[in-house]
Write a protein that binds this ligand. Structure first.
Ligand code: H79
Length: 623
């Protein structure tokens, strides 16, 4: 079954413009023209000497607030699927001498299986029981709202009928050649209203051209062509890169520059794509979001959206020996902790060699979904964000959605004992109830916040949700009518002489990266930028100002130097807190310098009542 190319959308106009721009600027005279040693080479324009040059700014919309990432920020919970040629071994490789070596998706490398032996093994791969509807149903039952499946893992084996080589599920397997599991999954996911994304490993153990810098451009050409096949053929909502790290055997030379070009190429193909940070070098400036793996950050992450990917047992790919399953309670509480810190949870399943999700996985997913569906408890997750107004308690997790706080209580108190919440800004509580229970919750101001004292026992043994209706009590004003800051750009890194450019800059949100700069008249290296004007907050609260900069930054509020990060650095996050007054014009000055290498400068803010975001134009004034 084939998926028809994406329908025209409003964003296509922009896409076409950007595509044209990239075609003009990225395919220079040194573009690779050599034929590739693959069966059916498809000519694809590939940027090789991508130097868009001075005046280029790669910064897109702000992922924290953009319409593009909106679904991803609301959905919170996704299914990761690790499925590939390695699944055929189900985690165990019997060596010629009869000894057994165990691993999952890394089995080729970690068990030192020769390429020919691995290829022989893959010829028997026949996931005839792969049932896209059942997979999507398992995700639905779990309450997962997006799916990310491995289209190609480190072993290089493509799970769709790629035209770039024969190392794929159609051409190198025992599987029904008429079937295309990614297309089947796309159809089933669309029918269920679930977003579909593709994992794609940059590191490739199979492609002979990967490791040698002299042949890498040929690999990259095939990689770009494969990604174009995926984007054009299956219209994924998201691309999840991996294998961007420095490594040997085979040597991985993936560079920030490679990431810069790939991200630009993909956004040219489809400006709506959500892309993880491993498209580059996993830095705060790469892609749309950070990707902690097998861990949960202990607080909201500064400067970027984030998603924790984790396994249900101890492996990503199917491993028949691994029965080390996490409990449904742990998994659900992980989701609540993550939601309360403003992150997403991408929870993995590894189908067996026939393509079936293991029953222990299905059972656990259903348990999580059952919790989410019970008594509206899912409101603590979907569309919710970090609590902001309160500190994270020891007894559970707290998230916020509109005027509600959802306190998910893992450790229910003994009868008559209070649960304490520490307030990070003044607010009133106008209502409190336990979802799925008729009991009362007494709310009393206590110490640095509130005591909540429920009248009965827990509504749920995994976590009981106390829904609080809150009203921030500090002063606040409606959105402003600012137009941005006054920006002066200097063609030197010392703010010397008259600025080359003076203009109003709507937001401080720039990614000039390695070849770009603020203006065609400003070189890519050695420039400086000063922003001046004022900042008008909407709430009287303590704000956190956060900068993401490369190479240096200083920020003053009301003449006071708050961020002083003048030792030249690569992409770095700095932050400072400052009490601001609603509606007041606070003088703001930002000084940024770029010496050599990449150039980035973003200014974000957050407060107990305001999620992290690029300081919006409406709150910035030129004077
Ligand atoms: O796809 C799943 C894993 O197979 C993959 N990412 C998730 C989503 C993954 N690959 N590696 N890791 C996770 C862990 C990191 C391994 C490394 Fe290394 C050890 C990186 C650095 C030291 C291997 C040896 C790679 C470089 C040196």
């Amino acid at each position: 079954m084939r998926v028809s190319p994406r329908a025209l959308s409003l964003s296509r106009g922009l896409s076409l413009l950007l595509g044209l721009f990239l075609a003009l600027t990225l395919t220079g005279p040194s573009a690779t023209a050599e034929a590739t040693p693959v069966p059916t080479p498809v000519p694809t324009p590939v940027p090789t000497s991508a130097d868009p040059g001075p005046g280029t700014d790669y910064a897109g919309d702000d992922p924290f607030t953009s319409a593009r990432t909106d679904w991803w920020r609301q959905d919170r919970f996704g299914m990761f699927i690790h499925f590939g040629a390695y699944s055929q071994l189900e985690g165990e490789y019997t060596r010629p001498d009869g000894t057994v070596c165990r691993d999952a998706e890394w089995i080729k490398r970690n068990c030192r299986i020769s390429t020919s032996a691995y290829e022989d093994m893959a010829r028997g791969f026949n996931p005839s029981s792969f049932d896209a509807k059942a997979v999507v149903q398992a995700a639905k039952d779990a309450g997962q709202r997006y799916i990310v499946i491995t289209s190609k893992h480190h072993d290089g084996y493509a799970m769709w009928p790629t035209k770039q080589n024969t190392w794929n599920l159609r051409d190198h397997s025992s599987f029904d050649q008429r079937r295309d599991i990614l297309a089947e999954l796309k159809t089933a996911a669309d029918a269920a209203g679930i977003k579909l994304g593709f994992y794609y490993s940059i590191w490739d153990w199979h492609d002979p051209d990967f490791a040698d810098p002299a042949t890498f451009p040929k690999y990259r050409e095939r990689m770009y062509a494969q990604l174009k096949e995926l984007v054009d053929g299956y219209d994924p909502a998201l691309l999840w890169f991996d294998g961007e790290w420095d490594a040997d055997d085979p040597t991985n030379n993936w560079s920030p520059r490679d990431g810069e070009q790939l991200e630009a190429y993909l956004r040219g193909l489809d400006p709506d794509l959500v892309i993880n940070n491993r498209v580059g070098k996993r830095r705060v400036v790469d892609g749309d979001y950070g990707t902690p793996e097998q861990e949960i950050p202990d607080a909201p992450v500064d400067g970027q959206l984030w998603e924790s990917c984790m396994t249900l047992n101890g492996n990503w790919g199917f491993a028949k020996y691994d029965q080390n399953w996490k409990s449904p309670q742990t998994l659900t509480r992980n989701l609540l902790d993550i939601a309360g810190r403003g992150g997403n949870y991408l929870l993995n399943v590894g189908p067996d060699k026939l393509g079936r999700i293991p029953q222990p996985s299905v059972d656990r997913l259903r348990d999580i979904g059952s919790w989410l569906r019970t008594s509206g408890q899912g409101r603590a997750v979907y569309g919710a964000r970090e609590a902001g107004l309160v500190a994270e308690p020891r007894w559970g997790a707290v998230s916020r959605s509109g005027d509600k706080l959802y306190a998910s209580v893992a450790d229910w108190p003994a009868a008559g004992q209070p649960l304490h919440l520490t307030a990070r800004a003044p607010f009133e509580v106008t209502g409190a109830r336990v979802l799925g229970s008729g009991q009362k919750v007494a709310v009393a101001a206590a110490g640095d916040g509130f005591d909540l004292t429920p009248s009965g026992g827990p509504a749920n043994t995994t976590a009981s949700v106390i829904e609080l209706t809150v009203r921030p009590s500090g002063a606040s004003v409606p959105p402003g009518r600012g137009t941005g800051l006054r920006q002066e750009v200097f063609a030197n890194d010392t703010f010397t002489g008259p600025p080359v450019v003076t203009r109003t800059d709507p937001t401080v949100n720039h990614a000039w990266r390695s070849a770009g700069s603020p203006d065609a008249r400003v070189p890519a290296d050695r420039f400086s930028v000063r922003w001046t004007g004022s900042l008008v907050p909407r709430h009287s609260q303590t704000y956190t100002l956060t900068t993401v900069s490369d190479d240096t930054v200083r920020v003053w509020i009301d003449g006071k130097l708050l961020i002083d990060s003048t030792t030249p650095h690569t992409a770095k996050v700095d932050k400072a807190t400052v009490a601001l007054t609603a509606g007041k014009r606070h003088a703001l000055k930002v000084e940024y310098t770029e010496q050599t290498g990449e150039a980035h400068m973003k200014l974000l803010w957050s407060s107990p009542g305001q999620s992290q975001q690029i300081v919006p134009r409406a709150q910035l004034h030129t004077s």
